[in-house]
Design a protein around this ligand. Sequence first.
Ligand code: RUB
Length: 307
Amino acid sequence: MEKVKETAEKIRTMEIRGAGRIAKAAAEAIRDYAAQLEVTSIEEFAARISEVSSYLISTRPTAVSLPNAVKLASRYSSENVEEARQEVIENANAFIEKADKALGRIGKIGSRRVMDGDVIMTHCNSHAALSIITTAFEDGKDISVISTESRPRCQGLLTIRHLNNFGIPTTLIVDSAVRYYMKDVDKVIVGADAIATNGALVNKIGTSQLALAAHEARKSFMVAAETFKFSPSTIVGNPIEIEERAIDEIVDPSILKELSHVQVRNPAFDFTPAEYIDMIVTDIGIIPPAMAYTVIKEHLGWEFGEL
Ligand code: RUB
């Protein structure tokens, strides 16, 4: 349990962050926990796996990749502890391998839509979006990137470092400069924490204003998302919870002491409606947002009774 707690803490404190990485770390934690679990009955095995699954899922509420990964990794059918253990290890490993391959496939598929000379705007730090951008660059396309700072945690600084390592010309801007620079942009590419059945995107706070500005300027808005970023429970109308983080990420609480009429809010994600999204680049191909239901039904092993 110590290692599970360690991983959970890293996810909670955002040492491990980004929906894809969170999912992989959770799958690894479940696999390693199952591998060393000492139990005498399948009932005990089930109870302990379920406890650890809930614990990991409780670390961050928004990225659906986390419950999806936990669910896919912790599946087993055998009534025998040793066999069930092997199933969990294999399912977790299969998930991790698929997640790694998905990033490569998204890069390959999405980069075909990037044109020579494109200026791409991105937000936050998405490994899936970056896979498209770096693949296009490595294919010899002469591109440049405008990266937002992504307050308050400034994940944009991770993005500019990553792009710089590839030698991609990159401009860092504050989040509020998004509309001002949209005229210079050819396409926006962002990642996803979750995609609902209706094709709405949940991603880093501020994503929806990139989408609005892109829509207004008639620029293409592309989302990069592995199939495990789609949310099965939205099929039955469950909402996606938006994480609200501590206010000290935004302002020193001592400043607020004398300001009795002021509150500070810090939502970490927002919703972008499907009508602002031109395409979603997934590991199974490019889809319109309206196809989200099909992805959930056919590629996530979703069954109605499980919801
Ligand atoms: C990260 C974020 C990313 C998505 C997709 O938020 O919003 O755009 O998670 O990332 P946080 P990826 O930093 O709060 O986790 O494509 O790497 O899965």
